[in-house]
Design a protein. Sequence first.
Length: 290
Amino acid sequence: MILITGSTGLLGSTLVPWLKTHGKTIVTHARQTNADYTADLVSKSETFTLLNKIQPSVIVNLVGLTSVERCQDHANESYLVNSQTVENITNWILQSGSNCHLIQISTDQVYDGIGIHTEDQVTITNNYAFSKYAGELAAARVSSTILRTNFVGRSKIEHRESLTDWVYNSLTNRKHVQVLQDVFFSPLSMKTLVEMIQLVIEKKPVGIFNLGSKNGMSKADFDFNFAEQLNLPTETMTRINSSQASFLKAYRPKDMRMDSSKFERTMNIQLPALINQIKNIAKEYYVEAK
């Protein structure tokens, strides 16, 4: 039995149907609605009650407070959601004697400075990264796969807009937007990421792994490349440095590019180049663009 916690979020809404289509027995959790079970995983008692009932063999933990601004302004909430929830899950695994394997989804924001970063080159620069790293430490107490990643692609839920949704909607509506030319990353498409998570469920490698695309690029280059794939007008899109971005309050890492060779070696696969991921993501928007 595979339990997906935080199953109704941006990644979960792609992961759950993918795993079901590929024959996995899935149980879903969310904080409030639209899932098989609801529970507040910040609460130890609710976490234990839920896991005692389900007795999962694998947990894919997608619970997270991902707003960098909110994490910076509400450090305690950031800790509770991104760290305490993982502590409660791993406490249950340890105290119950379960053979459950935990897959913890972490972030590339634990890196900064000139890339490309290997797993041991952690630099914490904001509360979001700190709380996610603390969650990693909790996950490492049990049999776990910790995936540091970043993902892009079309959202399947109405109230959550992905990076590519934002670019597509902004340029389609001729809105003036600013894109960051001094912030670098190496994300995967959500489709590729869920395929990798499926492999991890099957092989259960233990440890911390970077999971990103090859040949990362700046966010500005990503946005312009994505627009080019769809022949979207870019006259309203302006390149700026992060120091000029009035819409950013909390500090963001400048270079989050990752060396994912450890994951490739362990899983015996080749991860795709970012430019090819952009081409595949653009296909998700073709019908509407035409």
